[in-house]
Design a protein around this ligand. Sequence first.
Ligand SMILES: O=C(O)CCC(=O)C(=O)O
Ligand SMILES: [Fe+2]
Length: 202
Amino acid sequence: MSRPVFREAMEECYAKLTELGLLIQDILNDCMGLPPGFLKEYNSDRGLDVMVALRYFSSSSREGEEIGLSEHEDGSCVSFVFQDGVGGLEVLKDGQWIAAEPADGSIVVNIGDVLRVLSNNTFRSATHRVVRKAAHRHSFGFFWSIHGDKWVEPLTEFAAKIGGAPQYRGFKYNEYMQRFMKSRTDPQARPEDAFSVSHYAI
Ligand SMILES: O=C(O)CCC(=O)C(=O)O
Ligand SMILES: [Fe+2]
């Protein structure tokens, strides 16, 4: 594919993903019982959305190289993953890793930490990872984000709805993202010291 054609295809893809993000955000807005358009207005800046192409090398017999992407929760608001047929994406449920089997034409939708905090831990960002398989794997992610200056804290609507106290302290998204990215690129010696949204848990 020539470069201008590739660029055009990517731009079209990005525009479609933005439409998808807006749609899913509206659906989540309803599911969360928020006033119509609340999330759309809260999250009106599309500047930090990011699309990434990922490539995982095939597994080798060397110990310690089984994991392609270590366990984490997404720091976004919502994220979308397109995977090829190789597989390897796993989700942690009740202490067990469950394979998110690739299915043609499907998109994996993950709740990110922003929604987890806004919803006062009602909508949870799932812990997931990628294990290497015998073949190389390609995937493609789109992270529906929020503006870096945004303040993230449990919405009072939720505290009222679940009748409990806020479960997180508020934070500025930029600061949280910087610590999140540092912990991903410069991991702690002890995995239990890794930075995650639980840092803000009350
Ligand atoms: O490659 C995948 O299937 C998942 C990628 C992922 O979880 C991420 O980039 O946050
Ligand atoms: Fe992820």
